[in-house]
Design a protein around this ligand. Structure first.
Ligand code: GLN
Length: 539
């Protein structure tokens, strides 16, 4: 029988609800519990696949190919677990399935309403995600008081009284502002937010208070009293040096005591020793490297969340601070690679879509290739290595990816019209396929070549598994030409070219997959780890 912890947010957004939920989950997991995580997004989009990374941050891809909110990435990185499609749903999905059922005559003439039908569908989806777990942590996106959030609030309220549910615990994450002029911490916004929750019928049992300043004991007591929670259930969340310290900080405040008591979990003591060592290495590392990170969504770094986190994970395991030197690919196009990359120990070209900044990325690749600087190209960063090599080594003028030049005489990267998806079914993709449904998504196997950088990075594994999110593929027509000239294919997936390396280079790897999606604090991505190691050696 699953127990549920619901995490809601008050006062304003961006308080770190996702990290809070993941941190509580981590502590429970390290106490031996089977923990599931669920993020509910109240927006109408069916998934985040078509949302701009500049507006919404990264689109995270799960093993089973769902395009989800970036919080699922946080859950995976903290809990060292692969979550599936069922770990994230949106208002769009809820309404779609109810309307679909209505069209199919599934409601036998009833009038379909938010209560009970939409709310019922939400409850069912939460229970489905909770199946086979001791505890499911449910994070509700948005802030209390949002119109879109109401059906979800009603659903979690109803679950308190559900016969199949043996325990519920409500955590409310809020902000305690500090008014400098008065030198005072203010509890009023939190009180209002809790009042709003109670109006809906939810009484939080724990307040997690984000604050710039430590909360004095007397303030915590007052807050507990005014929010109607026990005095051991006000937990402060100060700005942390690293997000991975948040579970440790919660643990120091004995966060599990009130949760375990209420949910009747018995004695629980998490084993966080290994985690704590990694956090200490992040906070005070021995070494440092500078990675030149070439991208185009630099206005919102959240667009590269998994990748920047994966560098931190590898850094922690190598006792190294990985400093990122952000390089805007359009600026690089104008000012040249030397000017922007010469201080860097290595170069990383991340994934992306669309024309903007392409030529700058190609210049960065040329710079890394010629100067023998360690290079990792991910997805688009791999596709462009082929274009660069074709233009500058094979002398194939006008070589490009057909994503950027439909008329290119040398389509190094092209669109195959069908491929086998994860379940072995043929997927058709053409230029006319609707956006959002035609990408190669999720985990696929990749066979590695003997004596390659790739195989060495994965400790000799002959087959590895990594996640994908792309439409275009390396064109095998040029494979022989490339290989004869020193760019070799070192990874293949069902006949598709997955990775390339340059033989006459100390460390140059282009990967079609996204290694960053599987990197966790405790188990860093092998490709990223090898890349950071190579960057360290290059110093
Ligand atoms: N735009 C490229 C494609 O669709 C690369 C995608 C990516 O980098 N994620 O194939």
């Amino acid at each position: 029988m699953t127990k549920y912890i619901f995490v809601t947010g008050g006062v304003l957004s961006s308080l770190g609800k996702g990290i809070t939920a993941a941190s509580v989950g981590t502590l429970l997991k390290h106490s031996g519990k089977k923990v599931g995580m669920l993020k509910i997004d109240p927006y109408i989009n069916v998934d985040s696949g078509t949302m701009s990374p500049l507006e919404h941050g990264e689109v995270f891809v799960t093993t089973d190919g769902a395009e989800t909110d970036l919080d699922i990435g946080n859950y995976e990185r903290f809990l060292d677990t692969s979550f599936l499609k069922s770990s994230n749903f949106t208002t769009g999905q809820v309404y779609s399935s109810v309307i679909e059922r209505e069209r199919a005559g599934g409601y036998l003439g009833q009038t379909i309403q938010v209560v009970p039908h939409i709310v019922g569908e939400i409850v069912n989806r939460i229970k489905l995600a909770g199946k086979d777990h001791d505890i499911l942590i449910v994070e509700l996106g948005g802030t209390v008081g949002d119109i879109e959030g109401l059906p979800f609030m009603e659903a979690i309220r109803q679950m308190k009284h559900d016969d199949d549910v043996v325990g519920t615990f409500f955590i409310h994450v809020t902000l305690i502002p500090y008014i400098k002029a008065a030198g005072e911490l203010k509890s009023k916004p939190t009180q209002h937010s809790v009042q709003e929750l109670r109006r809906i019928g939810i009484t939080p049992q724990m307040i997690i208070a984000r604050s710039e300043n430590a909360l004095p004991k007397t303030f915590k007591k007052k807050l507990a009293m005014s929010c109607d929670v026990n005095s051991d259930s006000v937990i402060e969340a100060l700005d942390a040096k690293t997000i991975y310290d948040v579970p440790m900080s919660f643990l120091r405040q004995n966060i599990l005591d009130p949760i375990a008591k209420d949910l009747k979990l018995g004695e629980i003591t998490p084993d966080m020793e290994e985690w704590d060592i990694l956090v200490k290495k992040i906070v005070s590392p021995k070494n440092k490297v500078i990675v030149g990170f070439v991208g185009k969504y630099l206005e919102l770094k959240e667009a590269y969340k998994s990748l920047t986190e994966s560098l931190i994970h590898s850094g922690a395991h190598l006792d190294t601070q990985v400093e990122i030197n952000w390089v805007d690919s359009e600026e690089l196009e104008e000012r040249g690679a030397e000017a922007l990359l010469s201080d860097c120990d290595s170069v990383l070209v991340a994934g992306g879509f669309g024309n903007r900044g392409i030529e700058g990325k190609i210049k960065a690749i040329e710079y890394a290739r010629i100067n023998k600087v360690p290079y990792l190209g991910i997805c688009l960063g791999m596709q462009l290595t082929l274009v660069e090599y074709a233009r500058n080594v094979l002398d194939l003028e006008g070589a490009n990816s057909i994503e950027f030049d439909k008329e290119t005489p040398h389509p190094m990267v092209y669109l195959i019209d069908n491929f086998l998806d994860q379940s072995g079914d043929t997927q058709i993709r053409t230029h006319k396929s609707p956006m959002g449904g035609t990408m190669r998504l999720g985990e696929y196997p990749c066979d590695t070549k003997k004596d390659s950088i790739l195989r060495e990075a994965y400790n000799g594994a002959k087959t590895i598994h990594e996640r994908h999110r792309h439409r275009y593929e390396a064109n095998p027509t040029y494979r022989k030409q490339l290989e004869d000239a020193g760019m070799v294919v070192t990874g293949e997936s069902h006949g598709l070219i997955e990775t390339v390396e340059i033989t006459d280079h100390p460390w140059f790897l282009g990967v079609q997959f996204h290694p960053e999606f599987t990197s966790r604090l405790q188990t860093p991505s092998p490709s990223i780890l090898a890349f950071v190691k190579a960057s360290l050696n290059a110093e």
